[in-house]
Design a protein around this ligand. Structure first.
Ligand code: F6P
Length: 317
């Protein structure tokens, strides 16, 4: 029987836990006499033939490290038909049995193009945003949220000491899940996300004033970067609530750092599942968490599944 070869790539924004996933795929493949190729910088690596053979040694000592040993990118060239053609011919040249693509929505759309060109693929959701419709969870979300919570816990001390309102902008261009979960975990006075339009008086000013009347003098407002109004909201709070404000943009610090145990475990389970599918000739699937269990879905139909932010969750904080 011909030796199997799995190629792994990470694409889009990196997410803590990607390395744990690469490790799990590699270990599963190598134990099953399957070779592993690491493709550098996402789909660019397929186009530019930038790859290396992954061994046990390469994946030792990486489970606890953030980022991705394969590097990542959002490939412009892969958006063109010519880019896809180059990637496909590389996969054929190397006799690749299947590609495992770890990333978010853009990565999955890229992988779908490879599937359509008869290159077998399996996708793994790895993005701090947790915005993949077909999966309850994406690798990196827990670490990013915990990082944001840690940072805001520190901000609470100085906000309390100076009796200020601290506005914290967290990541999420299109998706407010990091803001929502972080806001709940830190006991924020208000949470503002792109999915739900806000009314300044009702959703921000009134909760601040209510707490002021209860004797509170410092406040945390968590805002998703996708809202785009942080400075405007800060000025309005200063003028209308008569309190000093400060803005902190947490930025890319949320994408780095050692993955939490949750991210390491989910990444390991997803990596194992993806490699196991390809080794057994099952492909064009997306690995997902459904009802708390790791499962796999057809790539085409899974890409059409939308995930809504439940408005009811905003009532609980
Ligand atoms: O990976 C998702 C994400 O971190 C979003 O939350 C954020 O809006 C975006 O990526 C930032 O991307 P970049 O690294 O290109 O600034």
């Amino acid at each position: 029987m011909k030796n199997k070869i799995i190629a792994i790539l990470t694409s889009g924004g990196d997410a803590p836990g990607m390395n744990a996933c690469i490790r799990a795929i590699t270990k599963t493949a190598l134990k099953n006499s399957t070779q592993v190729l690491g493709i550098r910088r996402g789909f660019n690596g397929l186009i530019e033939k930038d790859f290396f053979q992954i061994t046990f040694k390469n994946v030792s000592d990486i489970i606890h490290r953030g980022g991705t040993i394969l590097c990542t990118a959002r490939s412009e060239e892969f958006k063109s038909a010519n880019g896809v053609k180059k990637a496909v011919s590389f996969c054929k040249e190397q006799n690749i049995t299947g590609v495992i693509a770890i990333g978010g929505d853009g990565t999955f759309k890229g992988a779908k193009k490879l599937c359509e060109a008869s290159i077998p693929c399996v996708c793994i959701p790895g993005t701090i945003d947790n915005d993949i419709g077909c999966s309850e969870y994406t690798i990196g979300f827990d670490t990013a949220t915990n990082t944001a919570v840690d940072m805001i816990d520190k901000l609470q001390d100085t906000a309390q000491s100076h009796e200020r309102c601290s506005l914290v902008e967290v990541m999420g261009r299109h998706c407010g899940r990091i803001a929502l979960c972080t806001g709940i975990a830190v006991g924020a006075t208000a949470i503002v996300i792109p999915e739900i339009p806000y009314n300044f008086e009702k959703d921000i000013l009134s909760p601040i004033k209510f707490r002021m009347n209860c004797g509170k003098h410092h406040f945390i407002i968590v805002i998703s970067e996708g809202v785009g109004d942080t400075l405007k909201i800060s000025k309005k709070i200063k003028n209308e609530a008569k309190i000093e404000t400060r803005i902190t943009v947490l930025g890319h610090v949320q994408r780095g750092g050692s993955p939490t145990s949750r991210d390491r475990i989910v990444a390991t389970k997803m990596g194992y599942k993806a490699a196991d599918l390809l080794i057994n000739g099952v492909y064009n699937r997306i690995i997902a968490v459904k009802n708390g269990k790791i499962t796999d879905l057809d790539i085409k139909s899974a890409l059409n599944i939308k995930k809504e932010i439940g408005k009811s969750i905003l009532k609980i904080f």
